[in-house]
Ligand binder design. Structure first.
Ligand SMILES: NC(=O)c1ccc[n+]([C@@H]2O[C@H](COP(=O)([O-])OP(=O)(O)OC[C@H]3O[C@@H](n4cnc5c(N)ncnc54)[C@H](OP(=O)(O)O)[C@@H]3O)[C@@H](O)[C@H]2O)c1
Length: 387
């Protein structure tokens, strides 16, 4: 098998690249890497393998310089004759930013970049499988408080919490349109957070949000809402299993499902490190979020937040944030995460369980303890600037 993968310098596809490189069925693994020159591309790829001490076999794993934002990427890939042997394409790269300021780039990468990969893929003489790494979140905000099935998405009438979800939906629709059904595998992970292995995760994405609520302590969300969270090692293994499985469907959720989802309260109880004197978590109405955003600017002479029950939190914020703008930035960046939490969505995983032997993932409230000791390494400000 000769595989071409995008996104291997990232959180999920980094794990995927390492797993694939260990499979004897894989002859070559071409990895699209953003870099200024060949040497930097090799070095970035080497870091992916070195991160957890995996062997980097340079006869098997080969970087391909390229940028999904480049409107001539398809043409450039086409000119690389070695890539003509590729029979499996795994498109996992995306711009995953929730920041409104990133919207243009998110559209360019997730829609335009996917189109570039598709255009090039269609020129491959030996294509057997195209894997698109989508997201279960393309279901949008209309389906709430339920266990969602694969066939309930995509829907062009779905409303989305952030533009990223919309672009992933459009990307998936383009792929479905361009690739024949028998060659297509669409995987839709739910929320990927942390790693079940007792080591530093490749990325603090989503864990940032956990660190943020751990710091804010007042949470405008429903503690009983179910969160469908999966660890990155499980997600990568599930994708590799599906790649080699006899598949009965084209599209699969990779998710915790009803069985292994967690409530927000259970996750925060497991992640809590309030021994340092922070106030306990307090769950409040979602509407209080707006007041929490305004409070740091002292714009709330008549706020509900000034009620005595919140005094402890305001004192704590005063001490912790010392009047700087970080609280406002954190609370604002957390806005979409609080909205996602309140959707109370889980994603049905019966297809994955039926067609592979992977089983269900451990619930987040069980494995998250392995990662909580890393929470203090997370730069909350950097995360808030690009949530
Ligand atoms: N994390 C989640 O909770 C989650 C949940 C469901 C689905 N997903 C999907 O899983 C996939 C991987 O997500 P992730 O969390 O691993 O994201 P990530 O850590 O941000 O990785 C994104 C990858 O895409 C690459 N990329 C971004 N822009 C690019 C460009 N212009 N040209 C070439 N490569 C580019 C990045 O390269 P650089 O290293 O050069 O930036 C990086 O390798 C995405 O498709 C995402 O939509 C993620």
């Amino acid at each position: 098998m000769n595989v071409f993968i995008t996104g291997s310098t990232g959180f999920l596809a980094g794990e995927l690249a390492v797993l694939l490189s260990k499979r004897p069925q894989i002859r070559r693994l071409y990895c699209l890497v953003r870099a200024n020159d060949e040497q930097k591309a090799w070095s970035r790829l080497q870091q992916v393998f070195q991160f957890h001490g995996d062997a980097f076999d340079t006869t098997k794993v080969i970087p391909v310089l390229g940028d999904l934002a480049d409107s001539s990427l398809a043409e450039k890939l086409y000119r690389l004759k070695d890539l003509g042997e590729v029979d499996t394409v795994i498109h996992a790269a995306a711009d995953t930013s929730f920041a409104p300021s990133s919207t243009e780039n998110v559209e360019r990468i997730n829609i335009g970049g996917t189109q570039q990969i598709l255009t090039w893929t269609q020129s491959l003489p030996n294509l057997e499988t195209f894997v698109y790494v989508g997201t279960a979140s393309i279901c949008g905000t209309n389906l709430t408080h339920c266990n969602i099935l694969e066939d309930q998405s995509p829907s062009t009438s779905a409303a989305h919490v952030v533009r990223y979800c919309y672009t992933k939906m459009v990307g998936e629709m383009s792929v479905t349109h361009a690739i024949p059904r028998e060659k297509l595998l669409v995987v839709r992970p739910s929320i990927i957070m942390g790693d079940t292995r007792d080591w530093t995760p490749r990325s603090y994405v989503i864990l940032w949000a956990l660190a943020a609520v751990n710091t804010i302590r007042l949470i405008p969300s429903n503690p009983q809402a179910h969160l469908d969270i999966i660890p990155v090692d499980y997600t990568a293994e599930a994708i590799v299993e599906l790649l080699f499985a006899k598949r009965n469907w084209t599209t699969y959720h990779i998710s915790a499902g009803k069985q292994s989802s967690s409530t927000l309260e259970a996750i925060l109880r497991a992640a809590d490190d309030s021994a340092d004197g922070r106030p306990p978590f307090k769950y409040v109405r979602h509407e209080l979020l707006q007041q929490m955003k305004k409070w740091p600017k002292k714009l709330l002479p008549q706020s509900e937040l000034l009620n005595p029950e919140y005094a402890r939190y305001l004192d704590y914020w005063n001490t912790t944030f010392n009047g700087n703008g970080n609280l406002r930035m954190l609370v604002t960046a957390m806005g979409p995460y609080f909205r996602f939490m309140d959707l109370n969505q889980t994603f049905d995983n019966s297809r994955l369980l039926a067609d592979t032997s992977i089983g269900t993932p451990p619930p987040a409230h069980e494995y998250v303890k392995k990662t909580t000791r890393h929470l203090n390494k997370i730069d909350l400000t950097a995360g808030a600037l690009d949530p």
